[in-house]
Design a protein around this ligand. Structure first.
Ligand code: GAR
Length: 207
């Protein structure tokens, strides 16, 4: 990566992170980018954090890091398609023909339309709190406990039109303990998410 590239923000590989809540996975990626010097080494940076909820706590962290943030409140759109269209427009300013953006769903709790997925397919990834293909959808930790699973975990995968189903990029496994609650299991899984998601993003931007 030449100096000229990294000095010119337009030529950066932009990572756009979509969140809905706490944003701890986003924060883990931002911290990895900082501590591992992704900008210097790979010409990549977290260019923007976009939330569909105005009260998402992750926005505060991103703003403190000086990362541009944007809220596109899904409740003010009449349809899923019109929300996704607005999202696509917001992302497009970081998405150059010569440097397509990597779009990272990090606790983004929206089902995306096939048109949106098709637009970003190949560079749209998600983290899901289960060992896919087990337990797609919601309440993964309680479902794992109820099913008597001995292990739970998380999966980073490419996003395809089918919910929580795309090709797997990384997985982590944790034990389910006898006295686990949904909360305790979620917390154990989340610590692993914070390791595998930055590492999967790094593999994509450096590869
Ligand atoms: C994470 O556990 C993530 O895997 C999950 O939401 C949490 C978000 O936490 N995502 C999904 O359930 C998506 N289907 P965070 O906002 O602190 O990163």
């Amino acid at each position: 990566m030449s100096e000229a590239c990294c000095d010119n923000p337009k030529l950066m590989k932009n990572i756009v992170i979509l969140i809905s809540g706490g944003g701890s996975n986003m924060a883990a990626i931002v911290r990895a980018a900082q501590t591992q010097s992704w900008e210097k080494r790979f010409g990549a940076r977290v260019a923007a954090v976009i939330s569909n909820r105005p009260d998402a706590q992750g926005l505060v962290f991103a703003q403190k890091q000086g990362i541009p943030t944007q809220t596109i409140d899904h409740t003010s759109f009449a349809s899923r398609a019109s929300f996704d269209q607005a999202l696509s427009v917001a992302i497009s300013q970081y998405d150059l023909p010569t440097q397509p953006a990597l779009v990272v769903l990090a606790g983004f709790m929206r089902i995306l339309t096939p048109a949106f997925v098709a637009q970003f397919e190949g560079r749209l990834i998600n983290i899901h709190p289960s060992i896919l293909p087990a337990f797609p959808g919601l309440h993964t930790h309680q479902r794992a406990i109820d099913a008597g699973c001995m292990f739970a975990g998380a999966t980073v995968h490419r996003v395809t039109a089918e919910l929580d189903f795309g090709p797997i990029l990384a997985q982590a496994v944790v034990p389910v303990l006898a006295n686990d609650t949904e909360q305790s299991l979620a917390a154990r899984v989340l610590t692993q998410e914070h390791l595998i998601y930055p590492s999967a993003v790094r593999a994509l931007i450096s590869g």
